[in-house]
Ligand binder design. Sequence first.
Ligand code: NDP
Ligand code: 8X3
Length: 251
Amino acid sequence: MSKTVLITGATSGIGKAIAQLFAQKKYKLILCGRRQDRLDGLKETLSKHTAIATINFDVRDRKAVFDAIASLPKAFSTIEVLVNNAGNAHGLELFDVADIDDWDAMLDINVKGLLYVSKAVLPQMIERKSGHIINIGSTAGKEVYPKGNVYCASKHAVDAINQAMRIDLNEHGIRVGAVHPGLVETEFSEVRFKGDTERANKVYQGYRPLKPEDIADIVHFVISRPYRINIADLVVMSTDQASSTIVKKDL
Ligand code: NDP
Ligand code: 8X3
């Protein structure tokens, strides 16, 4: 019987690529996001490979998170793998002019949302003394770059929470690890720049950014190791990227 994997932020980018790969690998999938049309489309396409359930909630809404996970049909209620992927950057501004609403959104989604989903899924893992949580962090959680301020802070928090979960859940036999990507071409910059597609596209021009499929492949490697192995922390960048601010652009 294949494992059940819950993926947050499955409607786009990295989460969607994980959903597509994992469906081909025959994992049972619970796909989460807010855009119902996209959840419906994924369910229709991926159901030819595996069993799919979708749940729609905003990770910021604590009650909605717990209700949605409690509402899963029995066939999907044993979650072996949780991929905490939902998140975004909102804005790229110097600290003094950045929008406080953007700061709230990033802390609420990237940090508190990840905490809520983890708390909602954890009890059953603890009961079984088995489970695997993958937190999608970022290179922005390993260093700070100009104008990245609160996005970087939110991803540093993910890095800290990843370590904290691994320490505190150790006695329960649960695997916890993070994958920290560098620049990946997704809708991330479109969201960060509030729909300014021209500005967003420029982020990925002149070099070879990572593709969401690259991260999906790595997450699959992480979850498919024998249970004695826990890949605790993995930073992955495009060959053309050396750090958040050093990217070799000559294409
Ligand atoms: P996308 O914008 O393509 O995807 C973001 C996903 O998160 C969407 O599925 C979106 O679904 C979901 N999401 C956003 N806000 C909420 C919310 N409030 N409630 C529920 N779901 C939400 O970006 P990426 O795929 O690039 O980002 C995925 C993760 O990877 C994020 O955590 C990001 O920080 C991280 N990351 C991205 C990198 C990059 O360069 N692209 C690099 C390093 C890390 P919906 O809108 O339907 O709710
Ligand atoms: C996304 C990568 O460099 O835009 O986390 O922060 S970056």
